[in-house]
Design a protein around this ligand. Structure first.
Ligand code: PHE
Length: 497
């Protein structure tokens, strides 16, 4: 079974990791976060977050994954059988991301088609909210099904299944080697083109105009750390799983640095493109850039179509390119969200990769249909907040403690250093992963919880509780079901004790 879950080369591993990291977060989330947190001044907390958290944490997660060469749940159980539950919690939470990510990709697929003829009409806001999503904030509309969204999502699930049910290198490895470089090429084209638009400099001046006074504010530091957790897919058992698929002798430290650099390069590039286009639009229409920037789905599905409506013929080139980029970036990320749960199931229940992926895609597709309803948009917002602000950060803290303290990060140092051609780990690394990270991420987590409790409607709170219950119960079921695979408790380690 092992060879079905192995990268063909280090390149496949790096590109698949970059594919996981580069996603919707880089295209819609980052430009907004940069803009609203001090512009140019944001680079200080951002770089600190990468150096103090992103890279050290990824090295830890890779190191442990590489050491065990097995699924997340199995390795956690090996570290301490009492923790097996945590070994399922994170993979299930990440699978929940997969399910709602599939809805955003479904919307995007519809926009790819629309962008060829500006099918969103003169009022993109009304089109998105009313015509397409039929958005409603009453949960009674969970029963009003929207077939076009369902079809777009099912097409996405089919593509995901088609790639993931194959052996790792045959599917994900090959596709990453094509899509990830392609993504960078398209991005360069979009940015190169956007920079030549008249007014681009207006947008860029707005973006980078540093507001140094914000550096003293706690929020911009939280925003930077939050962005890095999400954008690098940190502590989500994905990096762990990808590293466990590597063959012998990978230089994990150098890989980590390359991945973090590529991810930042991509998102900063995206920000250049986004703000050049917004600057052009602002000059054309007289709307202030500040009024155009909204976060998330709003930016992608409302602001962009509005921009494309204003910029004339160029929209027929930029529009499709843009929505295709979002789709491909989403695809390489969503493919990573199923790996931790899939590999854990294969290890515990002895299913093949093919069978596990087929079952997970069917289950995921069925559950995802709740997002193809008029309540889907609201629900997606709730689940996204719950997963990102509460569940994942909690998982990250516990993962950090289990890896750094229980497994003992010290054990990895010599092993990782002996393979590293660039930086060597020293005491500083241990201080970061054992003390700085757990404390800092706990603070961010508590801040996020308070935010959710204070700013949620009753419906949001109710659905948050339902999502939490589903997550807890599903993890419990996987933990309690007896293993079907005799090798479940057998594990080899690469690092010496
Ligand atoms: N890192 C991805 C992005 O920037 C999002 C993601 C989060 C992907 C969690 C997988 C898991 O969009």
């Amino acid at each position: 079974m092992e060879d079905k879950n192995e990268w063909g080369s280090n390149l496949s591993f790096i590109l698949a990791m970059i594919g996981s990291a580069v996603g919707l977060g880089n295209i819609w989330r980052y430009p907004y976060v940069l803009y609203s947190n001090g512009g140019g001044a944001f680079y200080i907390p951002y770089i600190v977050a990468i150096l103090v958290m992103g890279i050290p944490f990824l090295i830890l997660e890779y190191g442990v994954g590489y050491n065990f060469k097995s699924s997340f749940a199995k390795a956690i159980r090996k570290i301490n059988p009492k923790f097996e539950y945590l070994g399922w919690f994170l993979p299930v939470a990440v699978f929940m991301i997969m399910i709602y990510y599939s809805a955003i990709m479904g919307w995007d697929a519809i926009y790819i088609v629309l962008s060829f003829f500006k099918g969103w009409g003169a009022d993109p806001n009304a089109f998105f909210a009313t015509t397409l999503l039929q958005s409603s904030d009453s949960y009674t509309t969970l029963t009003s099904f929207i077939p076009i969204i369902a079809i777009a999502m099912l097409v996405g699930w089919f593509i995901i299944w088609f790639i993931s049910h194959r052996d790792l290198e045959e599917g994900l490895g090959k596709i990453s080697k094509v899509l990830v470089p392609l993504l960078f090429v398209i991005m360069v084209l979009i940015v190169g083109f956007s920079l030549t638009l008249p007014g681009a400099s207006v947008g860029l001046a707005q973006l980078f105009n540093p507001d140094w006074s914000l550096l003293g504010h706690f929020e911009i530091w939280m925003a930077a750390f939050g962005q890095i957790v999400f954008s690098l897919s940190l502590g989500m058992s994905i990096a762990f799983t990808y590293a466990s698929y590597t063959k012998d002798d990978a230089d994990l430290i150098t890989n980590t640095i390359s991945i973090a650099l590529a991810n930042s390069l991509f998102e900063n590039f995206a920000a250049l493109g986004v703000f050049s286009i917004l600057g052009y639009m602002s000059v054309q229409s007289g709307t202030a850039v500040a009024d155009l920037v909204t976060q998330g789905t709003g930016l992608v599905f409302i602001v962009y179509p509005t921009v494309f409506n204003v910029i004339g013929q160029w929209a027929y080139v930029l529009g499709p390119l843009f929505f295709i980029t979002v789709y491909l970036a989403g695809l390489t990320s969503i493919l990573s969200t199923v790996e931790p749960l899939s590999f854990s199931i294969q290890n515990k229940f002895g299913f093949t990769r093919n069978r596990t992926m087929t079952i997970l895609c069917i289950v995921g597709a069925l559950i995802s249909m709740i997002y193809a309803t008029a309540y889907g948009g609201s629900l997606l917002g709730f689940v996204d907040t719950f997963i990102n602000q509460i569940a994942l950060l909690f998982g990250v803290i516990v993962e950090c403690i289990v890896f750094a303290w229980v497994f003992k990060a010290e054990r990895l140092v010599d092993f990782l250093n002996s393979r590293s051609k660039t930086i060597k780990l020293g005491k500083w690394w241990l201080v970061i992963v054992k003390y700085v990270l757990p404390i800092f991420i706990s603070i961010v987590w508590i801040g996020g919880m308070i935010d959710v409790v204070n700013n949620s409607s009753i419906d949001q709170l109710n659905f948050t509780i339902v999502s939490a219950a589903l997550l807890l119960v599903a993890s419990l079921v996987f933990t309690m079901r007896p293993a079907k695979n005799e090798e479940w408790d057998e594990i080899e380690e690469r690092v010496e004790n």
